[in-house]
Design a protein around this ligand. Structure first.
Ligand code: ACO
Length: 367
C-alpha cells in the first residue's frame, strides 16, 4: 500500500531544491540531483526514530512525497497523529510503531533475545536487553538488523555519542572495518568537498587514520567521484618534526601501501592543498599537483569537527551529514537540532546507503 501511494505522486521537489541550491551557490549542483534520482529509482523502508518531533515528521513527509523513501515512524501514535493534523502533514501511508506499546511486546521480546545474544558477555542481562527495546534508537536499529526495515535515522534529540552507541552495539561494523567514522559532504562553490573524521574518533593512531581515509575514499567513490585526498596538518611534507605531523605522514604511507592507485598526499596545510600555484612552485613532487582536491582528512576529531562547522557557518557551504562510515547496515545519526533540510538530506543518504549495501550483499550471496 505504501509503495503504490508513493508511485502515484509526481512531485519533483528534489530538483527544485537542487536548482535553488545551484542559484545560491552559483554552480551547477549536479550531485544532489543525481543522488535524488538514484534514490527514487529504488526507494527504501526508512525508520525515523523520533517521529514525534515536528522536524522529523516534516522530513518524513518530504522523503515520502519525493518518492525517495517509505517512512516508518517510531513514537507515540496519538502524539504523532495530532502533530500531523496540526501541521497538515499527510501520514496516512506511513506505519507508526510505538515500541513501548503492549502491542509490540512480542517484538520487544524477539529483539531483546537477539540483542541479549550480542551483548550477553558485555554486561547486559536478558531482562535488561528486552527492556532496552523500549528505546526507539535500539528498536529502530534492531528493525534494520532483523530485516524489518532497510535503514534508520535517529539522534536529533540526543547527545551524538549516546545515539551512536546503539548502532555500534546492534549493527556493528562491516567486515574488515575496525573503527567507524563520520564524514560530512559540503556543497561548496568549487564542488562537493568531503571531510572526515568529523564526528567519531577523538585521537586516531596512524593506522586508524589510514583506515578512516580508506573508508572516506570508498564513500566518495560510491557517489561516482574519484577521491583526491589531502591529509591535513599544520605541517607541509616534513616541515615540522613533531609527532602529530609525522603521524599524518605515516597514515598517508599506510593508505598508499594498502591502495597504491589512490590519489593522496600529505601531511599538508589546507591552503596548500587548494592552491595549485604554491603547490607546483614549492612541492612539484606532490601527487596533488594538477589535481582538484575533494577529500580532506583531519588529524583528529577537534580539527575535523571545528573545520566543518566553520565552513558551514562562515563559508556558507551547505553541509550534508554526518554520514556514518563503516557500519554493516545503514544507520545514520543526526546532529542534535538538525534542520528539516539536513534531516531530509540524511534520509536521502540513508536510502542510497541502503541501496549500495543491498547491492553489495546480493553480489556476495551470488558468489
Ligand atoms: N568504531 C567502532 N566501534 C567503536 C568505536 C568506533 N569508532 N568506538 C567505540 N567502539 C565500540 C567499543 O569498542 C564498544 O564495543 P563493545 O561494547 O562491543 O566492546 C562499543 O563501541 C561501545 O563502546 P563505549 O565504551 O560505550 O563507547 P566509547 O566510550 O568508546 O564511545 C563513541 C564511542 C561514543 C563513538 C566515542 O568515540 C565518542 O564519544 N566520540 C565523540 C562523539 C562526539 O562527541 N562527536 C562530536 C560531536 S557530534 C557532531 O558534530 C554531529
Amino acid at each position: 500500500a505504501i509503495e503504490s501511494g508513493v508511485a502515484q505522486k509526481t512531485i519533483t521537489d528534489w530538483e527544485t531544491y537542487a536548482i535553488e541550491l545551484d542559484k545560491r551557490l552559483g554552480l551547477d549542483n549536479q550531485l544532489m540531483r543525481v543522488l535524488g534520482a538514484k534514490a527514487r529509482r529504488n526507494p527504501k523502508r526508512l525508520v525515523f526514530a523520533e517521529a514525534d518531533n515536528i522536524k522529523i515528521l516534516k522530513s518524513a513527509q518530504i522523503a515520502y512525497d519525493e518518492r525517495i523513501a517509505y517512512p516508518i515512524l517510531l513514537g507515540d501514535e496519538r502524539t504523532i497523529r495530532q502533530m500531523a493534523l496540526d501541521n497538515s502533514i499527510d501520514i496516512d501511508d506511513m506505519p507508526i510503531i510505538d515500541p513501548r506499546n503492549d502491542e509490540y511486546e512480542e517484538k520487544r521480546k524477539q529483539f531483546g533475545e537477539l540483542f541479549f545474544k550480542k551483548r550477553q558477555r558485555k554486561g547486559v542481562n536478558q531482562y535488561e536487553a528486552t527492556k532496552m527495546m523500549k528505546d526507539r534508537t535500539y528498536f529502530g536499529c534492531m528493525m534494520v538488523e532483523n530485516g524489518d526495515a532497510d535503514a534508520v535515522i535517529s539522534g536529533l534529540t540526543r547527545n551524538y555519542a549516546d545515539a551512536i552507541r546503539p548502532a555500534l552495539q546492534v549493527i556493528g561494523m562491516e567486515e574488515g572495518v575496525k573503527k567507524i567514522a563520520g564524514m560530512y559532504m559540503l556543497l561548496t562553490k568549487r564542488g562537493p568537498l568531503f571531510l572526515a573524521d568529523t564526528t567519531v574518533n577523538l585521537n586516531p593512531t596512524a593506522e586508524e587514520l589510514a583506515d578512516i581515509t580508506l573508508l572516506a575514499a570508498k564513500e566518495v567513490r560510491s557517489f561516482n567521484l574519484v577521491p583526491r585526498i589531502a591529509m591535513l596538518s599544520y605541517s607541509n611534507f616534513g616541515s615540522s618534526d613533531t609527532p602529530e605531523a609525522k603521524l599524518v605522514a605515516r597514515a598517508k604511507d599506510i593508505v598508499k601501501q594498502k591502495d597504491p592507485t589512490i590519489i593522496i598526499d600529505g601531511e599538508m596545510q589546507p591552503n596548500i592543498a587548494f592552491n595549485q600555484e604554491i603547490l607546483r612552485d614549492n612541492y612539484p613532487f606532490s601527487e596533488l599537483v594538477d589535481q582538484e582536491v575533494n577529500t580532506l582528512i583531519f588529524p583528529n576529531l577537534a580539527a575535523g569537527n571545528i573545520a566543518y562547522n566553520l565552513m558551514k557557518e562562515i563559508g556558507g557551504a551547505d553541509a550534508v551529514g554526518p554520514i556514518l562510515l563503516g557500519l554493516k547496515k545503514p544507520v545514520h545519526v543526526l546532529q542534535l537540532g538538525s534542520s528539516v533540510r539536513s534531516i531530509t538530506n540524511m534520509a536521502l543518504i540513508a536510502v542510497i546507503d541502503a541501496q549500495l549495501k543491498c547491492e553489495n550483499s546480493n553480489q556476495e550471496s551470488a558468489k
